[in-house]
Design a protein around this ligand. Structure first.
Ligand code: CP
Ligand code: NVA
Length: 303
């Protein structure tokens, strides 16, 4: 693996390799051992053109645990913020760094960075997808459920970056996947086609109860993502009722997990009670960002 740009690029074999390495690295770290697989002497540039809590800290700590150096680069402080092109920035960074993690708006900027830097590029979220988060989510399900076969995953809410990557990742892992969104907020056409290629393992509906029926894990995300703040009120109306609450969980399977990539807007997409009842799973998911990303960093950057 040279870069992680989307979930769609991964084969099932690559996905399971990432999860296996993440499990191995997590066990070493929990035992206070140095990671056997490391990136000593390597520098990761971390470009952020949007806010972050988990992505920034988990990449920074992860790179440090692997023996490398994480360099935080705020989009506003770089000349990128004053109009320097991605293409030129990429060609400069290609001379200094060993890899780049980028969080930005346009997926095409991530692809361009990969093309012109010649470096391994890791997508830390775009408007289109959030593959690092979904790898952490799958690692959490693997730990809590012991595997993926025969499980049903469900997503309730906006057909956004998280929905796009979850749809691809959950189906690739071997689970079935049902998604409930308002008609106007479905995942993009290309992603819907990926879902449809799995036949009856995939379904889309506007009915949250239909989607959540017999689910083993239910995901949700905010109604308005970063960059959509101006649409918050319109979205609040469109998503009214798209909420994980006790009533919804009652139609899911016994022991159904709840996952949220965070940050959460409690009272909107999830009730405070459900959030707190499933807090251990949700914060395991947040922790697993660190372990899943270390596996990705190593696979992309080691020589
Ligand atoms: N889930 C996630 O990506 O969190 P941050 O926006 O805090 O990085
Ligand atoms: N869909 C959210 C995910 C945040 C991790 C956003 O893009 O803001």
């Amino acid at each position: 693996m040279k870069s992680l740009l989307t979930m769609e690029q991964l084969s099932k074999k690559e996905l399971f390799e990432i999860l296996d390495i993440a499990t191995e690295m997590k066990a070493e770290t929990k035992a206070d051992k140095k990671n056997t697989k490391n990136l000593e002497g390597m520098t990761l540039g971390m470009i952020f053109q949007k806010s972050s809590t988990r992505t920034r800290v988990s990449f920074e700590v992860g790179m440090q645990q692997l023996g490398g150096y994480p360099l935080f680069l705020s989009g506003n402080d770089l000349q990128l913020g004053r109009g320097e092109s991605i293409k030129d920035t990429a060609r400069v960074f290609g001379r200094y760094l060993d890899g780049i993690m980028i969080r930005t708006f346009k997926q095409s900027d991530v692809e361009e960075l990969a093309e012109y830097s010649g470096l391994p590029i890791i997508n830390g979220l775009t408007d289109y997808c959030h593959p690092c988060q979904v790898l952490a989510d799958l690692l959490t399900i693997k730990e809590h459920k012991g595997g993926f076969d025969g499980l049903k995953a469900c997503y309730i809410g906006d057909g956004n970056n998280m929905a796009n990557s979850l749809l691809v990742g959950c189906l690739l892992a071997g689970m079935s996947f049902s998604i409930a969104t308002p008609e106007a907020y479905k995942p993009c056409e290309h992603i819907m086609q990926v879902g449809e290629s799995y036949g009856d393992k995939f379904s889309w509906t506007t009915d949250i109860f239909e989607a959540a029926k017999d689910a083993d894990v239910i995901f949700t995300d905010v109604w308005a993502s970063m960059g959509q703040e101006g649409e918050a009120e319109i979205r609040r109306k469109a998503f009214a009722g798209y909420c994980i609450d006790e009533k919804l969980l009652a139609v899911a399977n016994e022991g159904c997990m709840v996952q949220h990539c965070l940050p959460a807007h409690k009272g909107d997409e999830i009730t405070e009670d459900v959030f707190e009842a499933h807090a251990d799973e949700i914060f395991d998911e947040a922790e697993n960002r660190l372990h899943a990303q270390k596996a990705v960093l190593w696979l992309c950057m080691h020589k």
